[in-house]
Design a protein around this ligand. Structure first.
Ligand code: G4P
Length: 527
C-alpha cells in the first residue's frame, strides 16, 4: 500500500450534532481527553455561543476567535487520525452546521435521555439522511432520570426516520443507574458513585446469564437486563456494517458524557466501524480519495479577527490526492492557478503550517477574497463539487445604505460576508433592491456590526414580509413567462443568479403551485 493509501485508510472525519444542551460540547471534550489531545476538561467549553443570544458584540468577536481554533480538532487514537469538525450549537447558525455536514464522512448524534428527539436534532439528521451519511446515536445523561429506553428508541426511529441497532444497553437509569452492557465488545461497565467522573474499567462478560452479572448489579437488575436483551433481539436486526456505511442502520450507545461513562466504548466502536474518507460527486464525475490528483472544496470561511487585515481563512476538505504546500492548484470557478505558502493544519486546538495533507483532512488557507463557500480546487480535471445547498431563510429584510459616501465599501462588505455564508443575498428583479435572508435574527446585528467595523460602511434594515424563498425549476418556458409576468414583484436572483420566488405567504405559494403545475418550487437550492 502506498503512503497515501495508508493515510487515507486511517482517516476518520466526522461531526457531532445535537439540539443545544444535549451534551455535544461535553462529549467532544471527552473524546479529545481520551485521544490525549487535551489534558483537562473545559478546553472546548468556551467555544459555545450561549443560548442567551447575546447582543454583546465583543462577546461575539471573542467567540469567533475561539471558534477558529476549535473549528477542526484533530487527534490520534489507536493509530487512526481523527478529525472532529465543530458545528455551532446555536440555531441561528444552523446554516453553518449544514455546510459543515457536507465535509464530514459520518456523524454522531447526541440525544438527551430525558428530552428525547428535539427540533434541531430532527433538522440536522434530515440533512445527513439526504446524503446517506452514516450515523451513530449516543444517548446521553443516563445518570439522570429519563425516558424508558425502548420508548426512546421508538421515538428515534419514528421522528428521525432511522433504523437503529442498539450496541449498548443501560442497566437502570438515574438513581438506579448501574451501568451499561456493551453488546459490541461483550463487556459490562459499572457505574458507581466512587467511579463518577473517572474512567470506569469494563468487565468482560460473554453471556449476560452468567451469575457474575447478578453479583455485580443485583438480582433484579440482572433479570431485567436478560429480559430486555432478549426483547431487543426480537425487535432489532443485528448490526450490519455495510448497512451502517450506506446510512441505512444506526448503532446506538448509552452513557453519560459528563461522567466519562460509555464514551470510550463509543470511541472504540467508532474507530472500528466509521467510514474512511468518501467519494464525492462533482458534476457527474465521482472523485475518489485514491485518485492521483489533489482536489478539495471550501465548506467554511472565517474572517480575520483583525479588521485592519482583511484576509480570511478558508477551510478546505481534501477529497482526493495529496495536498502540498507551495504547489499550484486550479481555482475552478475563477479558472486561475493558486498556491499556498502557509496552509494550516489543525491538531487539537493548535494550528501549524502543514507540508502535506491527505483526503479527509481539513486545511486552512489564507485568502484575500478569492474564495466563496462551495468553491473547488483541483490539480486534475475542472471540478464543481456538489452538495452545499442553501436553505430558505426564515427572516428577510431589505438592506439599505445608511452612508451614501460609502456605497462601494457597503457593496464589497455585503459581497464578502455573503461569500463567507453569514447570510443569503437576494436581488429583486424589478428594482435591484437587496434583501438579506437569515436563519435567525442575530445575524442582522452581526452583519451590521461587521460592516461597520471591517468595511467602514453603515447599513439600515427594513422589513420585507416574505414567508419563504423558493428556488424555481421548470422546463416549461411558456409557464415561466406567465409566472414571471404575474409574480414579477416577488422574483429575485440569488448570489449564483438562480431565480427565486419570495412567496409572501404559504397561501400564495400554494396558489402558485396549483396554477403553475409545471413549475417546481424548492425550499433549498440543491435539487
Ligand atoms: P451542548 O454542547 O450540546 O449545548 O451541551 P453541553 O455539552 O454544553 O451540555 C449541556 C449541559 O448538560 C451542561 O450543563 C453539561 O454539564 C450537562 N451534561 C452534559 N453531559 C451530561 C451528563 O452525562 N449528565 C448530566 N447530568 N449532565 C450532563 P450546564 O449546567 O449547562 O453547563 P455547566 O455549567 O455544567 O458547564
Amino acid at each position: 500500500m502506498s503512503t497515501a493509501e495508508k493515510e487515507i485508510q486511517r482517516r476518520r472525519t466526522f461531526g457531532i450534532i445535537s439540539h443545544p444542551d444535549a451534551g455535544k460540547t461535553t462529549l467532544t471534550e471527552k473524546l479529545l481527553l481520551f485521544g490525549g489531545a487535551i489534558q483537562e476538561a473545559g478546553a472546548v467549553k468556551s467555544n459555545k455561543i450561549k443560548k442567551t443570544a447575546t447582543s454583546d458584540f465583543m462577546e461575539i468577536e471573542r467567540q469567533r476567535g475561539i471558534s477558529v481554533a476549535t473549528s477542526v480538532m484533530g487527534f490520534e487514537y489507536q493509530g487512526k487520525k481523527i478529525n472532529i469538525l465543530d458545528t455551532p450549537g446555536h440555531q441561528d447558525f444552523a446554516e453553518d452546521t449544514y455546510r459543515t455536514l457536507t465535509a464530514v464522512d459520518s456523524v454522531i448524534v447526541v440525544i438527551d435521555v430525558a428530552k428525547g428527539v428535539e427540533a434541531q436534532t430532527e433538522k440536522l439528521v434530515e440533512v445527513c439522511r439526504m446524503r446517506n451519511t452514516p450515523i451513530i446515536v449516543f444517548i446521553n445523561k443516563l445518570d439522570r432520570e429519563g425516558q424508558d429506553a425502548f420508548d426512546l428508541l421508538d421515538e428515534i426511529e419514528q421522528k428521525l426516520g432511522l433504523t437503529i441497532c442498539p450496541l449498548s444497553w443501560p442497566i437502570g437509569m438515574g438513581q438506579r443507574f448501574k451501568g451499561v452492557y456493551n453488546l459490541w465488545e461483550k463487556k459490562m461497565q459499572l457505574y458507581t458513585e466512587v467511579q463518577k467522573q473517572k474512567i470506569a474499567e469494563s468487565i468482560a462478560i460473554e453471556d449476560v446469564e452468567d451469575p457474575q452479572v447478578a453479583e455485580l448489579v443485583g438480582e433484579e437488575a440482572a433479570e431485567t437486563l436478560v429480559e430486555e436483551l432478549s426483547l431487543l433481539q426480537g425487535v432489532y436486526d443485528d448490526f450490519n456494517h455495510q448497512s451502517y456505511l450506506e446510512g441505512n442502520q444506526s448503532p446506538v450507545f448509552f452513557g453519560s458524557a459528563l461522567n466519562n461513562f460509555g464514551v470510550q466504548e463509543l470511541l472504540n466502536c467508532f474507530v472500528d466501524i466509521a467510514p474512511t474518507p468518501q467519494n464525492k460527486d462533482a458534476n457527474g464525475l465521482l472523485v475518489k480519495p485514491e485518485d492521483p490528483y489533489f482536489s478539495g472544496f471550501i465548506f467554511k470561511i472565517h474572517a480575520n479577527m483583525d479588521p485592519k487585515h482583511r484576509d480570511r481563512l478558508a477551510f478546505v476538505k481534501i477529497v482526493s490526492g495529496v495536498f502540498k504546500r507551495n504547489t499550484n492548484y486550479k481555482h475552478c470557478r475563477l479558472g486561475k492557478n493558486m498556491k499556498f505558502s502557509s496552509p494550516t493544519a489543525f491538531m487539537a486546538s493548535k494550528k501549524s503550517v502543514v507540508e502535506e495533507a491527505y483526503p479527509g483532512d481539513i486545511v486552512g488557507l489564507h485568502d484575500t477574497g478569492n474564495f466563496r463557500i462551495g468553491d473547488s480546487l483541483s490539480e486534475g480535471p475542472e471540478l464543481e463539487f456538489k452538495g452545499i445547498p442553501s436553505f430558505s431563510p426564515e427572516h428577510f429584510r431589505f438592506i439599505n445604505n445608511a452612508d451614501p459616501l460609502k456605497a462601494k465599501q457597503l457593496n464589497k462588505g455585503i459581497d464578502q460576508l455573503m461569500d463567507e455564508g453569514v447570510a443569503q443575498l437576494f436581488t429583486l428583479e424589478q428594482n435591484n433592491r437587496k434583501i438579506i435572508g437569515t436563519v435567525g435574527a442575530l445575524q442582522y446585528e452581526v452583519i451590521q456590526y461587521r460592516l461597520e467595523h471591517e468595511y467602514g460602511a453603515k447599513c439600515s434594515y427594513e422589513n420585507y414580509p416574505a414567508y419563504k424563498a423558493c428556488w424555481i425549476e421548470t422546463e416549461d418556458q411558456e409557464q415561466l413567462k406567465e409566472f414571471s409576468r404575474l409574480k414579477a414583484r416577488y422574483l429575485a436572483r440569488d448570489k449564483f443568479d438562480r431565480l427565486v420566488f419570495l412567496a409572501d405567504s404559504s397561501f400564495s405559494l400554494n396558489m402558485a403551485k396549483e396554477k403553475f403545475d409545471n413549475i417546481k418550487f424548492h425550499f433549498k437550492s440543491e435539487f
